[in-house]
Design a protein. Structure first.
Length: 284
């Protein structure tokens, strides 16, 4: 039985690796938007975490990171920002590209296992509400940035929008209202049993894969290259958090949407094919 499991795991890992190669070397999986790229490579990482656990997720994250690093040298779909960072320091660029993706895969693998062990259906509903709240907040912030961008300056906020984002209490109350509203919507959708526990667990894992990829990637970028002239010019004296939010823009939101939907669908298919265990059906 162990050999059978290992064979399935190796075959699936090979298929997901092939998918990463295709996404990394052809325009299919990379959509350039300014200095950043909307990538579909987070999808194989999420699926590996769901089907193969933390180790499989970490392995696929490392493969994703490695190909992301190679793109900095023109191998596959070029990364304009990556090329600049590689010229500054190839070693730091390798760390910034590979380590966050490896950690991402590891953590979401642990997350999926934890979710499937939740005994209470209400726990699933609450967790879905929390994820819906985060997604709704990301959608709201992205919409605000689209409205507030300076024309001709894609990654700069207009003065009025920056003033609102820096207003403290006002933006806090607005975001709090959006967060609560989206929590209620997400909770109601799942509690009405329109989604199965498997779909919920897989979709949440997909969402978190994209979310953590963005958080880890941008955090490593700021920590490792924040003092370089290149990044100082990008940050331009702005608040670091606002810089990150405006810099990733709708890129991260797009990745969250696609990864959530695809992970939920593929994860459910893997369960139906008995390639992964189905979360136990327990009563409230």
């Amino acid at each position: 039985m162990k050999t059978k499991f290992n064979t399935k795991a190796m075959v699936l890992l090979g298929l997901l690796t092939a998918l990463v190669v295709i996404f990394s070397t052809t325009p299919i999986g990379s959509i350039p938007v300014g200095p950043l790229v909307i990538t579909l490579n987070v999808i194989p990482v999420a699926i590996a975490a769901i089907a193969l656990g933390p180790i499989g997720g970490a392995a696929m994250g490392a493969i994703f990171g490695l190909f992301s690093f190679l793109q900095c040298f023109g191998i596959g779909v070029p990364s304009p920002m990556g090329e600049v960072l590689a010229n500054i320091s190839p070693v730091l660029t390798f760390i910034q590209r590979v380590i966050p993706r490896t950690l991402d895969g590891l953590l979401v693998g642990l997350l999926f296992r934890s979710i499937t062990k939740i005994k209470s259906l209400k726990g699933y509903y609450i967790l879905t509400g929390v994820i819906s709240a985060l997604f709704g907040l990301a959608l709201f912030m992205s919409a605000m940035m689209l409205v507030g961008y300076e024309k001709g300056e894609k990654y700069n906020m207009s003065a009025d929008m920056y003033s609102l984002m820096s207003s403290g209490s006002l933006i806090f109350y607005i975001c709090a209202f959006v967060t609560v509203l989206c929590f209620v919507i997400g909770y109601q959708i799942v509690s009405s049993k329109k989604l199965s526990r498997t779909q919920v667990a897989c979709s949440i894992t997909g969402f978190c894969t994209a979310l953590l990829n963005t958080i880890f990637f941008m955090t490593a970028l700021v920590l490792l290259f924040g003092n370089t002239e290149y990044m100082k010019e990008k940050i331009d004296g702005r608040n670091i958090l606002l810089f990150i939010v405006t810099f990733v823009g709708i890129n991260a939101l797009f990745e969250m949407v696609i990864t959530t939907i695809v992970s939920g669908a593929v994860g459910s298919a893997l369960v139906n094919a008995k390639l992964i265990d189905q979360p136990e059906k327990k009563k409230k």
